[in-house]
Ligand binder design. Structure first.
Ligand SMILES: C[S@@+](CC[C@H](N)C(=O)[O-])C[C@H]1O[C@@H](n2cnc3c(N)ncnc32)[C@H](O)[C@@H]1O
Length: 214
């Protein structure tokens, strides 16, 4: 007798091939509410650092007016492919191979860029490069939404974020929670002006920059 007589082969495939992140599951609903507003006039979104692919599947299903382009380092592609294939949505695209340190993007190919929990994982050079890519990839008046923990005016917003930063730096000295003001400077270098900052659950924020023009 099989231990799970009711499981179909598709369910077993999902369990074995789709990576799952608890935090991505928890933060998806509040992020979606912001993206619903910020991407309401967009048609083509590039996601940088899609991770498991969970956000891409959830957001592209809920925002069918968007063509959602996933991307990440190659090592995460098999998981993202599993989510994309399982979602079977016309507006959800298989991942581009995109390491911010080496990748280039087509100029003005997107009117939205989304990235979540990436800026504290990449080195600051990586974050610098990400803003260069975003500035190039966006059309005039395009929108960049970046979710994660940030420092402001030199301060952590909570002791838990300070401890998280310490843990990141112990893992690798190039990692760490970024100053929002430094990100604004990188935005300025690439034609992006911050237009909003949303306080999100669990001491995170979602920052929105808009590309100048029109
Ligand atoms: C903490 S995970 C977040 C994943 C997903 N966005 C989420 O919120 O669940 C950090 C992501 O940044 C990606 N990443 C790290 N360095 C990168 C780089 N140089 N270029 C592109 N992505 C990178 C990782 O591969 C990973 O998917």
């Amino acid at each position: 007798m099989t231990p799970w007589p009711s499981l179909t082969s598709k369910t077993i495939l999902e369990m074995t091939e789709k990576p799952f992140s608890d935090s991505a599951e928890r933060n998806a609903a509040p992020i979606l509410e912001v993206l619903r507003h910020e991407f309401s006039d967009c048609t083509a979104v590039l996601e940088i650092g899609s991770g498991t692919g969970q956000h891409a599947a959830r957001f592209s299903r809920s925002l069918p007016h968007l063509r959602w382009q996933t991307s990440d380092l190659d090592e995460n592609h098999s998981g993202i492919h599993a989510w994309v294939e399982d979602a079977a949505l016309e507006n959800l695209l298989t991942p581009l191979s995109l390491d911010v340190m080496t990748a280039d993007v087509r100029a003005k190919a997107y009117d939205g860029v989304y990235s979540s929990n990436t800026a504290h994982i990449m080195s600051f050079d990586g974050v610098t490069r990400m803003f260069e890519l975003v500035g190039k990839a966006l059309v005039d008046a395009g929108v960049f939404c970046l979710y994660g923990p940030f420092r402001q005016n030199g301060n952590f917003n909570t002791a838990s974020n300070a401890a998280f930063d310490e843990g990141l730096r112990a893992r690798h000295p190039d990692m760490g929670i970024r100053e929002l003001e430094s990100l604004d400077d990188l935005g300025g270098d690439n034609g992006l002006v911050r237009v909003r900052l949303y306080a999100m659950p669990a001491n995170n924020h979602l920052a929105v920059w808009r590309k100048k023009g029109k």
